[in-house]
Ligand binder design. Structure first.
Ligand code: NAD
Length: 444
């Protein structure tokens, strides 16, 4: 990538309550239980100590806050916010903030645990956390979003901090919102050392201390994994096709970077609907359309399709980049791709993964694939700590090296032990966590 990221995207324009695209799998499953199953599977294959498995089965802290915010019309609304801190044995809690009407404590517990595994897998000195507010950000004006974000940060108070718990963007949150979090924190909690407080949050705008390459990092990391997969499988990406579920930060950047490598986007979809064009959808023009309208729906060079039809599209690569638990048994049987690169966190049910494996479809797991975001968040945090500014090329070089190094470690580990990539990734992460506990002991 050579272009500079534009990180000043404003929050989505308020719209009427969207009609949800068919019932999402999310309502039927519990991400926390699924992460537990995956933990148990890897723990067994690794022969992980029962004590460590027990400690890691629950987050250290679960914070729930209810806070009032004044709306533009003068009325007040009460919001429910969360912050789950899963584990910090390898470094400060780290993980995104989600604004979505379906946010639940169990979802955040699952996502926070996944952050612990992700940092440990990549040997990034962070732990795992996740937070969110249960509301639909699309129904609020920019000034309401600012007040909601600042009041949430105020309510969290010293429960976050630059060496303690470091939030970042996730579904429904933007670089601008991270700047509001930083500004509120440094004016309320850390006013004595304002500059040192910049790294209380990552994914900020460039001008306010963000890193070049952060906005595109998760998409770029996803593409690095696909490049390595293609090399191993002797598959030519140039001329291949991709379908992407979710066209927000992760989905749109993955599609844009893949396009440079000659991969054609043939289908995509978001919270409003799905679209298809076998001749190819231009991801840059589609991004402009999404910025203007809030959705891929209505993009003129496309045909609308249903969610069911989307999962039947012929494409070589599938990148889920929306919400978790979208690929159930039905979807696993319908998919026609060769590889799934999990841009989203937890998109695949274990039963579905078994079907995909039987069908010879490779699954590149979330904690390996979508970690470009936390990797560049770590670079941003380091730059803030050292008062440095790395140029885009430097960030991209480090990201590529980090992603490819971890990919090859996972591949070799999986091959040696005849494991699937997910179990191999979990095992490498759990092994590091276990070693840290063994050295430090469990207090008292
Ligand atoms: P985003 O808010 O920018 O985009 C989310 C996209 O999913 C949007 O296009 C939205 O319309 C779509 N969507 C929402 N509900 C949907 C539904 N029911 N069906 C289909 N599409 C739906 O969020 P993002 O940051 O791109 O995150 C996407 C996924 O990637 C999440 O699972 C997130 O946890 C994960 N992730 C994000 C990052 C990051 O750096 N942003 C890093 C790692 C993992």
């Amino acid at each position: 990538m050579s272009q500079k990221d534009s990180q000043t995207q404003s929050p989505p324009a308020p719209t009427a309550t969207p009609a949800k695209v068919e019932p999402s799998k999310q309502q039927q499953g519990n991400l926390y239980n699924i992460v537990q199953l995956q933990l148990e599977k890897a723990a067994k294959s690794l022969n992980l100590s029962k004590d460590i498995a027990l400690i890691l089965s629950q987050p250290k802290n679960e914070l729930i806050i209810n806070f009032p915010v004044r709306m533009d019309d003068g009325s007040f609304k009460l919001f429910k916010g969360y912050r789950v801190q899963h584990n910090n044995i390898l470094g400060p809690y780290k993980g995104g903030i989600r604004y979505h009407e379906d946010v639940t404590l169990d979802e955040l517990k699952g996502l926070a645990a996944a952050m612990t595994w992700k940092s440990a897998l990549h040997d990034i000195p962070f732990g795992g956390g996740k937070g969110g507010i249960k509301f639909n950000p699309r129904l609020h004006s920019k000034s309401e979003l600012e007040r909601i974000t600042r009041r949430y940060t105020h309510a969290l108070g010293s429960n976050i901090g630059p060496e303690f718990d470091i939030p970042a963007p996730d579904v429904g949150t933007t670089a601008q919102m991270m700047v509001w979090i930083m500004d509120t924190y440094m004016n309320v909690v850390g006013f004595g050392e304002k500059n040192a407080m910049r790294r209380v949050v990552t994914g900020k705008t460039i001008i306010s201390g963000g890193s070049y390459g952060r906005e595109s990092a998760t998409g770029a990391g996803t593409v690095h994994c696909l490049t390595e997969w293609a090399k191993d499988r002797r598959f030519n990406l140039n001329g291949a096709t991709v379908m992407v579920q979710g066209f927000g930060n992760v989905g749109s950047w993955t599609a844009k970077i893949l396009a440079k490598m000659g991969v054609t986007l043939v289908a995509t979809g978001d919270y409003k609907g799905y679209i298809f064009n076998p001749e190819g959808l231009n991801p840059h023009k589609l991004s402009e359309h999404v910025l203007a309208t809030g959705s891929v729906e209505g993009y003129k060079h496309s045909k609308p399709i249903t969610r069911e039809e989307f999962f039947q599209v012929e494409a070589d690569i599938f990148v889920p980049a929306a919400l978790e638990l979208e690929i159930g048994e039905k979807e696993a049987k319908a998919l026609k791709c060769k590889v799934i690169a999990e841009g989203a966190n937890g998109p695949t049910y274990p039963e579905a993964e078994a079907i995909l494996t039987d069908r010879g479809i490779d699954v590149l797991p979330d904690i390996l694939v979508n970690s470009g975001g936390v990797m560049v968040s770590y670079f941003e945090w380091l730059q803030n700590k050292r008062s440095e500014r790395w140029d885009l090329e430097e960030v991209e070089r480090r990201l590529e090296a980090g992603m490819k190094r971890t990919y090859s470690i996972v591949r070799d580990y999986a091959e040696e032990r005849k494991l699937d990539f997910r179990t191999a990734s979990y095992s490498i992460a759990l092994d590091r966590l276990e070693k840290a506990y063994a050295e430090r002991g469990i207090f008292p």
